[in-house]
Each structure stands twice: as structure tokens, then as C-alpha cells.
Design a protein around this ligand. Structure first.
Ligand SMILES: Nc1ncnc2c1ncn2[C@@H]1O[C@H](COP(=O)(O)OP(=O)(O)OP(=O)(O)O)[C@@H](O)[C@H]1O
Length: 313
């Protein structure tokens, strides 16, 4: 007999407007156990609104919003969820240990304190008052509070903002561990390398529309752009005027010429012309566009991107 696992979170054909602002305009999203979905989009795209609906903090105007197959306000559904929002309301007079113990008490089968300390690297912070911690330390405590209930579904809204490189890497490791253990994760981030490092799937939204959804590789493949790096004696504005060239960025100046990054629609004609026009061309490198380039291309021109929506359904 086939067993149908309950989908941890689902938005189907969801609309949400604030007055005349259409924050979500018919969005479909699904979170799966053991998978991390990165929700990307420029400021005001509707990411926080999507999370607020799934947490039952806001109601949709139309469409279906489900948490473990139930209404997001249902207490049994909410007990399976951990949340780290951008604006965290934490009682800042409490010590970290007290906050952890209090939050764990809301959940039926919480994670051990020792595990939380290890995952969020809270050694040495447990007896400190939350309000006296640095921004990065507070972020780590918020992560511990989000995971201490042993959630099956985790919302991470820009979790690594303000963390140093080491703390960010440690949080990535903990997030990967949670996903391996079967947790469904929704991550929003403006760090594209974070989505590239962690996500099984990426959904890009803009102005309340889902523009594209797929694996990191699929999204990169949607954009045929290539990135050429070289050191050349040709001025950037000359290259910028060539056909196939979308953008030229000056990365540095050297005795031998300018170090440029050239974003192109097709690499071969541009490389041929660089070699023909500059006998002293050096350090030539051609790369596929990264997720960041794809993201910018997809969100830069909504008209160009919209047809992709149809393929998402
Ligand atoms: N409470 C509200 N009242 C009025 N408008 C709102 C409210 N919340 C959000 N909006 C508007 O809805 C749109 C979507 O906002 P939302 O916060 O979901 O975007 P976001 O993708 O999370 O942006 P950011 O990356 O800046 O956090 C924006 O135009 C925003 O101004």
C-alpha cells in the first residue's frame, strides 16, 4: 500500500494584497522532508509575506495555505515548526540558558541542550544575558531557539546576515545536518552563494510572481550567459559596445592593462575578437554564469522572465 507522506508546507494559487500592493499574485510552493528550498527575490518580492502566511501570522486573500496538511494556526501543526525570522522578538533580559529552556518547554520532544549548544556554537554564552550579546551572537542564539524544538519544518529568514565567515560556515554545516536528518527547510537569503551551497531547489519570486523554480543547475542553465575574465589593453567602454556583450565590470588595473569581467550572451565570438584585437591579452578565463548572474538576469526584466512561469506549473 502506498504511503503518502504529509507535505510539510504548501502554498497553492495564493494571492495576498496589502491595500493596492499585490504582495503575492498566485504563488505555488511546496516544501518536502529532507529538502531545502531557497526562496530568492529582490526587496519587496513577497518572500516574508509567503513565510507569514505559512506561519499563520497573516491570512491569504485566496488560495490554499497548509502546514502539515492543516491550517497554519493549528497548534499540532505549529509544534512541528521552527522559525528564525529577520526581526526576532526575544526577551533580552533572560540568559541564553533560560531562553533555551523556556523555548524547549513548548515542544513535545525537544532537542537536548547539549545538541543545541553544539549546533549553534553557544559554548561560553549560556550564562550571558541575550540583550548583552553581539549581533552575531544573538543570531546564533536565534538559530538555537529555532532548532531546539526538533522541528520537522524550519523557516530561516536570512539566517546568516551579520555572521562572520566562520560562524556562517558552522551554521551551514548545522543546516545541512538538519536536512540530512529529514527536516524540510525554507531559506530566504540575499547571499546567492548561500543558496548555491545549501539548496536542493531554488524558487525565484518577483513582484509576487513565481518566476522560476528548479535546482541550482537548472536555474543557472536558464541563463545562457557566460562570464569572461581577462587582463587586456582594450578599454572597457570599447568592449562594452561589442554585440553579445551585456556588461563589463572593471576588477582592477595593472601595468599590463585592465582586469575585466565581461558578461556575454555567447562566449566564442567575444573571445575570438579579444584575441584578434589584443595581441597582449592575458589571464583569459571563461566561466558559466553563476546563480547570482542568473538571478539578476531573471529579475531584471520581468517581461522577459514571465513566460517561464508557465513552465513551473
Ligand atoms: N504589512 C504590510 N502593509 C503594507 N504593505 C506591505 C506589508 N507587508 C509587506 N508589504 C508590501 O508587500 C510587498 C512584499 O513585501 P515582503 O516583505 O513580502 O517582501 P520581501 O521579499 O520579504 O522583501 P525583503 O527582501 O525586502 O525582505 C512589498 O511591496 C511590501 O511593501
Amino acid at each position: 500500500m502506498a504511503v503518502h507522506a504529509v507535505i510539510p508546507a504548501r502554498l497553492h494559487a495564493v494571492h495576498k494584497a496589502y491595500g493596492t500592493v499585490q504582495a503575492l499574485a498566485g504563488i505555488d510552493l511546496e516544501l518536502r522532508p529532507g529538502r531545502l528550498l531557497a526562496l530568492l527575490g529582490p526587496n519587496g518580492a513577497g518572500k516574508t509575506t509567503a513565510i507569514a502566511l505559512l506561519l499563520g501570522l497573516q491570512a491569504a486573500d485566496s488560495g490554499a495555505v497548509e502546514l502539515f496538511g492543516r491550517n497554519p494556526r493549528d497548534i499540532a501543526a505549529r509544534r512541528q515548526v521552527g522559525v528564525m525570522l529577520q526581526a526576532a522578538e526575544v526577551q533580552d533580559t533572560l540568559k541564553v540558558r533560560e531562553l533555551l529552556e523556556l523555548t524547549r518547554s513548548y515542544y513535545p520532544a525537544p532537542r537536548s541542550i547539549a545538541d543545541c549548544v553544539a549546533m549553534a556554537r553557544l559554548d561560553g554564552l549560556m550564562e550571558r544575558r541575550y540583550g548583552k550579546l553581539s549581533g552575531g551572537q544573538q543570531r546564533r542564539v536565534q538559530f538555537a531557539l529555532a532548532v531546539c524544538g526538533n522541528p520537522k519544518l524550519l523557516f530561516l529568514d536570512e539566517p546568516t546576515t551579520g555572521l562572520d565567515i566562520e560562524a556562517r560556515q558552522a551554521m551551514w554545516k548545522a543546516i545541512r545536518m538538519l536536512v540530512t536528518d529529514g527536516c524540510a527547510v525554507l531559506l530566504t537569503t540575499h547571499y546567492l552563494e548561500e543558496a548555491e551551497a545549501l539548496a536542493d531547489r531554488v524558487a525565484v519570486i518577483d513582484k509576487g510572481h513565481l518566476i522560476v523554480e528548479g535546482s541550482v543547475q537548472e536555474i543557472r542553465a536558464r541563463v545562457s550567459q557566460r562570464r569572461i575574465r581577462c587582463t587586456t589593453s582594450l578599454p572597457a567602454d570599447v568592449i562594452a559596445a561589442w554585440p553579445q556583450v551585456r556588461e563589463v565590470r572593471l576588477e582592477g588595473e595593472q601595468a599590463s592593462g585592465w582586469k575585466l569581467e565581461i558578461i556575454v550572451d555567447a562566449a566564442e565570438p567575444v573571445v575570438r575578437r579579444l584575441l584578434a584585437d589584443d595581441a597582449l591579452l592575458m589571464e583569459l578565463e571563461v566561466q558559466r554564469a553563476g546563480l547570482a548572474d542568473a538571478f539578476l538576469a531573471l529579475t531584471r526584466n520581468e517581461d522577459a522572465a514571465m513566460p517561464a512561469m508557465k513552465e513551473v506549473a
